[in-house]
Write a protein that binds this ligand. Structure first.
Ligand code: NAD
Length: 479
């Protein structure tokens, strides 16, 4: 491993290679230069795809036990190197070190789940004589690897979300080429090196840092790429899907996740504590950040008071500090946009209960109330430390507000009323409903994906593996 201030390359055929052109990655909080990183070219991407294509038969022919072993070994190495990995994430993504450590812990688990799923990737027996004329035949299905998977990843979980693509790809027997977010290439370079040390054959993983449009174009147009696995904004996701043709594609996109607190909830303070975490973890730059909170009128006063109290305890600071809960946003554009959206909501009648101001390169945790549905902080994805708390008269009004969204990733419902929980769970237009948890909850083996503009297909290791494999049926005629 090199330190973050050095010149860094791209990962190709088992090692990090130098590049002629580099671009600068800066620390979002301090502004200092973190690294000069290889600026990927179209030629580099084509070479990475060719090499992954060539390595495919080697990976395909590894036994499931051998593939699982590589993933388990990578998990073990990462556990040993936790502090080093957390530091890389913390610096390039400006993630508070406590949160960066928890991302590493999750990544260890994602690698372990991937190893376990490698061993469970089994088909099924089919009795073909269930069809008239099918007598005298047995059939079974198997999952076959597909070839080269292209991963395009976002900045906000630069290690774990990349492993959500790499782990399942290896589990299924594929090879993978990664185009990491411009701001966060260092975690991917670290990951490729980690997997190589864990025994992954050379060529099976490549990392080409650089700009999305030119590198993505090569991934889309090369027939050797069999699947695009994208996590990022709906704008780019739609663009990729429109150009993917017959390639398989999975899109994990954004959201403006909502939760409801009903009249039956007793420990309001505990719910407020969870909701503050859900709203402000990693400055709200989480795809399932708790952005819209609807509270029954009988609970609104108590909930809002507890929420503001908890919010006021959050410490703003440098991501390296053990005390820091919230830090700078990923770039200046985000900071400017978030402040403009707060101002827009304020002008249209929302009340700013706390925050609403810039601090360094970030924005202080901001709580709004009486927010109209048509302003950006309500109907768009804020991707910043902003949450709205609006009062509702009943569950129907809450459901209507929660579903009044172009997105549909996770939703949370706090209630002690089983009937209400089930009714809302079935009527919410989202991929995942969390009863008595905030929508910001994700465990890495859960099926995970969105409806509406939040996505297409599912991740969560077991589900991602199947989306990276081809089902084949084999029939044996013994008549
Ligand atoms: P982004 O869409 O700007 O970038 C994501 C990746 O796409 C980057 O690697 C970028 O270089 C690349 N890219 C950009 N234009 C491209 C193009 N034309 N062709 C190919 N690639 C291109 O997203 P971001 O700002 O890095 O991340 C934030 C977004 O990601 C938010 O919307 C967030 O909700 C979403 N996200 C979703 C999930 C999920 O699991 N649903 C998880 C994390 C983040």
């Amino acid at each position: 491993m090199t330190t973050a201030t050095e010149t860094r390359g791209w990962f190709f055929e088992g090692t990090e290679q130098k590049a002629e052109q580099t671009y600068q990655v800066n620390h979002p909080h301090s502004g200092e230069i973190l690294a000069h990183v290889a600026e990927g070219t179209k030629e580099m991407m084509t070479a990475a795809i060719a090499s992954a294509h060539e390595a495919f038969p080697t990976v395909k022919n590894l036994s499931k036990s051998e593939r699982a072993q590589i993933l388990f070994q990578a998990a073990k190495l990462l556990e040993d190197e936790k502090e080093q990995a957390a530091k890389i994430i913390s610096q390039e993504a400006c993630k508070p070190i406590k949160a960066a450590r928890s991302e590493v812990d999750r990544t260890v688990q994602t690698l372990q789940f991937s190893g376990e799923e490698t061993k469970r990737l089994d088909g099924e027996y089919l009795s073909l004589d269930a069809a008239a004329g099918g007598e005298g035949r047995d059939a079974y299905t198997i999952y076959e690897p597909i070839g080269v998977v292209a991963a395009i990843t976002p900045f906000n979980f630069p290690l774990n979300l990349t492993v959500h693509k790499v782990g399942p790809a290896i589990a299924a027997g594929n090879t993978i080429v990664i185009k990491p977010a411009e701001q966060t290439p260092l975690s991917s370079l670290y990951l490729a090196d980690l997997l190589t040390r864990a025994g992954l054959p050379a060529g099976a993983i490549a990392v080409v840092p650089g700009e999305g449009p030119p590198l993505g174009e090569v991934m889309l147009s090369d027939d050797r790429v069999k699947k695009i696995s994208f996590t990022g904004s709906p704008r780019v996701g739609k663009l990729l899907k429109n150009q993917a043709g017959l390639k398989k594609i999975t899109l994990e996109l954004g959201s403006n996740s909502a939760m409801y607190v009903d009249e039956s909830v007793q420990d309001i303070e505990a719910v407020a504590t969870k909701a503050v975490q859900g709203a402000f973890a990693y400055n709200g730059q989480v795809c399932l950040s708790t952005q819209r909170i609807y509270v029954h009128e009988s609970q609104i006063e108590k909930f809002t008071k507890a929420f503001i109290e908890q919010t006021s305890k959050l410490q703003f600071g440098a991501p390296e500090s053990e005390e820091t809960d919230v830090s700078s946003l990923i770039n200046q554009d985000s900071r400017v946009r978030v402040l403009q959206w707060i101002e827009e909501a304020h002008e249209k009648g929302a009340k700013v209960l706390t925050g609403g101001k810039a601090e360094g390169n970030g924005v202080l945790p901001t709580v709004l109330t009486n927010v109209p549905r048509d302003v950006n902080v309500s109907c768009q994805e804020v991707f910043g430390p902003v949450v709205l708390i609006n009062e509702v008269k009943n569950a129907d009004e809450a459901l209507n507000a929660m579903n009044d969204s172009d997105y549909g990733l996770n939703a949370g419902v706090f209630t002690n009323n089983l009937q209400q929980a089930l009714k809302l769970a079935h009527q919410l237009e989202v991929g995942q409903v969390l009863v008595n948890d905030v929508p910001t909850l994700r465990f890495d083996h859960m099926p995970y994906g969105g409806v509406k503009q939040s996505g297409y297909g599912r991740e969560g290791v077991k589900y991602a593996v199947k989306e990276m494999a081809e089902l084949k049926m084999i029939s044996l005629n013994f008549s």
